[in-house]
Design a protein around this ligand. Structure first.
Ligand SMILES: [Zn+2]
Length: 277
């Protein structure tokens, strides 16, 4: 049976991009940390089903909780970078992006005592026009990227990207791209990789996407955040549309993950990358 990718973007409940204007970075250290308990829950679920995953961890989290990073590696999973402090790529610009990519990798490798070669930009923010970020990743020694979400939405995604793992040629060299899963319907790529779509839309959407990937003989990439398994996280005062996207269906996540892990086989992204022709 073909193995898909189960990926986790390891960040605190207050670090998501939708809260950016509400929770300034200067306040982060004063807020209750909840990420470790949720990651441990995920490690248990993965162990029960014999699944191995890739954890894209923020450098900010790794610096404060190196033992959590070590626990992920010791459980047999891959640790990769989710940048430093969840700043979007276009907002950062080239030199801040480079230092986030470099610093997060160093901190993660120190904590993991293992090489870190994968990258996922916060909020999949390598969008058309920001491809220079791939050059920076190549120059900084990363061996794959998982940031180009081939969906068309305002301010989000990489609309004309390919839907399966592939090589991207850049001035700095070439790098494998492993995009989050989509489902092709009505001439559109529907986001079917996880996150709010997994909690708010029927489970059948993600299942159909992974089955479609299997028919094409390519792995699909699923993602989830630790805070999605934490229905009791402190609620922040945000507009109703953000409330729905962030808090909707949190109580459903764990049951759906059990179903997903029972139905499909998963392995770390790096193992697919190593076999890419
Ligand atoms: Zn994130």
């Amino acid at each position: 049976m073909l193995a898909h990718h189960f990926s986790v973007d390891v960040e605190e409940y207050f670090q998501v991009s939708a809260f950016e204007g509400r929770v300034p970075r200067a306040r982060w250290d004063g807020l209750e940390t909840r990420v470790a308990a949720a990651v441990e829950r995920l490690l248990e679920l993965l162990a029960v089903h014999g699944a191995r995953a890739t954890f894209f961890v923020l450098g900010w989290v790794a610096e404060r909780q190196p033992r959590l990073v070590r626990a992920i590696v010791e459980a047999g999973h891959e640790v990769a970078s989710h940048g430093w402090d969840h700043a979007r790529v276009a907002v950062q610009g080239r030199s801040a992006f480079r230092s986030a990519a470099r610093r997060s990798r160093q901190v993660l490798e120190d904590a993991a005592s293992a090489p870190v070669v994968g990258f996922r930009a916060p909020s999949f923010s390598i969008q058309p026009g920001a491809e220079w970020a791939l050059d920076v990743l190549i120059e900084e020694g990363y061996r794959y990227d998982s940031s180009l979400f081939p969906v068309r939405r305002p301010g989000y995604g990489y609309a004309n990207g390919r839907r399966e793992p592939h090589w991207i040629e850049r001035p700095a060299g070439r790098i494998p791209e492993v995009p989050p899963a989509t489902l092709r319907r009505w001439g559109l790529n529907l986001p079917a990789a996880g996150g709010a779509y997994f909690r708010l839309l029927p489970y059948a959407l993600v299942r159909a996407a992974l089955r479609e990937h299997e028919r094409r003989g390519v792995p699909g990439t699923f993602y989830v955040h630790p805070w999605e398994l934490d229905p009791r996280q402190p609620r922040l005062a945000v507009p109703w549309w953000t409330r729905v996207r962030h808090y909707g269906g949190l109580a459903r996540t764990e049951g759906r993950l059990r179903r997903l892990l029972a139905e499909f086989r998963f392995r770390p992204v790096l193992e697919t990358v190593a076999e890419l022709p």
